[in-house]
Design a protein around this ligand. Structure first.
Ligand SMILES: C[S@@+](CC[C@H](N)C(=O)[O-])C[C@H]1O[C@@H](n2cnc3c(N)ncnc32)[C@H](O)[C@@H]1O
Length: 393
């Protein structure tokens, strides 16, 4: 949907609308005090406000009964292919750990660790950094059942360790959930879209760009001279602090980022006039971030060129960039598929559908990208052996 058609969205039940109203009340109180808040602050509250935000409250988000489906939820083949890549990296490190950011339902951790256990390649520890208390509880439940023997080695972190680590750091669909600023072109000048109160409701209101956002636009070539008035897009100011903290943590190892996104030139192309901000509710996609805050996911695509520029500034090396399909094939998806035992035609059909969803260009295969950043690693990573598109960044 490009313009929101509220009729096409299922009306939430009364208890959930009340939940959203409580969050709106909190956001409005802060906005009234400040006069206006940035869209990044609004997104932060809508997704992560303790007890009320989309990821903080106990709503079902993942899978068919939730709002969206991620690759680890599509098929365990996905996490097993990622595990193959992890195994190659782990073998080159000294007493390594895996650190997963934003572990969602815990499905990827469960499948990845089960596969590594089968290959006798489990890391010393599996660390999980999860902002949502509710999701952390679900992850603990799932992993204690799936891996009872290894479970004591799984550690949930409140803050990142101070001592540098040899590690594989994995973040699947985490960057798209980081709050973004919104900007729009008006009378040839880039303005920030703030969130203010209009007639008692939350609404966008423009203001002059701060020097920090101006500098971000300059550095990442945002809104060039070919863009028309009304052009609207996002600025990912959350990448720098996040990558900076990972870089400080990584002595040797690799950061694997998987997400939907583009190169900078694709992201800020003059044709992408409305940016990439999208909201997900019950498998419907629309573009109104003010629709029932707290009940829907709000995301933006990833600008992988910006991630790369910032990573270089942090002293990290780019080790590979490719499509999800390319990465999975390089990581042995075909062999994992061949090894999968299917009891009947229905099982085989299901498996084929899963592979299709993960790899076909019209599904997740080319919409999702994989980037590897690293330090002190000189081995060519197998996930990028099939195809490496780093030159496009
Ligand atoms: C779209 S979900 C993806 C979940 C899971 N990785 C998957 O692919 O199914 C985003 C996840 O990132 C978490 N998250 C968002 N920002 C985070 C941050 N700064 N640090 C750690 N986790 C974060 C959310 O709570 C949620 O678990």
């Amino acid at each position: 949907m490009s313009a929101i058609d509220h009729q096409a969205l299922p009306e939430p039940p009364a208890d959930l609308s009340e939940h959203s109203a409580r969050l709106v009340h909190t956001i409005i109180a802060e906005t009234a005090l400040a006069g206006a808040i940035s869209f990044a602050r609004y997104m932060q509250m809508a997704l992560y406000e303790p007890g009320l935000g989309y990821y903080s409250a106990g709503l079902r988000k993942f899978g068919p009964g939730g709002d969206f489906i991620t690759a680890p939820e599509v098929s365990s083949l996905y996490s097993r292919a990622v595990a193959n890549q992890c195994r190659q990296i782990l073998a080159a490190l000294h007493e390594p750990v895996i650190l997963e950011f934003g572990a969602g339902s815990g499905r990827m951790a469960a499948d990845l660790l089960t596969h590594l256990a089968g290959l006798r390649s489990l890391p010393r520890n599996y660390l999980i950094m999860e902002t949502s208390a509710d999701l952390r509880q679900r992850q603990q439940q799932r992993l204690s059942e799936a891996l009872p023997d290894y479970y004591p080695n799984i550690i949930w972190l409140d803050t990142l360790p101070e001592e540098p680590l040899d590690a594989v750091i994995v973040a699947n669909e985490v960057l798209d959930a980081l709050p973004v600023h919104r900007v729009t072109l008006k009378d040839g000048i880039v303005h920030e879209q703030m969130v203010s109160i209009s007639d008692g409701s939350l609404a966008f209101a423009g203001r002059e760009l701060s020097s920090t956002l101006n500098e971000y636009c300059r550095l990442h070539d945002v809104i060039n001279c070919d863009c028309d008035d009304g052009y609207t897009t996002e600025l990912h100011t959350g990448y720098a602090p996040w990558l900076g903290s990972l870089s400080a943590l990584l002595r040797r190892g690799v950061i694997l980022l998987v997400d939907y996104g583009y190169t900078g030139a694709e992201y800020y192309s003059p044709e992408r006039r409305a940016g990439t901000l999208l909201c997900h509710y019950r498998h419907r996609v629309h573009d109104d971030p003010f629709w029932y805050p707290g009940l829907q996911d709000i995301t933006s695509s990833v600008n992988f060129s910006a991630v790369n520029t910032i990573a270089q500034q942090c002293g990290l090396d780019l080790l590979g960039y490719t499509t999800q399909a390319g990465f999975l094939l390089g990581s042995g998806l075909d062999q994992l598929y061949a090894e999968q035992v299917c009891n009947d035609d229905i099982d085989r059909y299901r498996l084929n559908q899963e592979v299709r969803t993960l790899t076909m260009p019209d599904a997740m295969g080319e919409r999702f990208q994989v980037m590897a950043l690293g330090r002190g690693m000189d081995l060519p990573l197998q996930g990028f052996s099939f195809t490496d598109l780093s030159h496009r960044l």
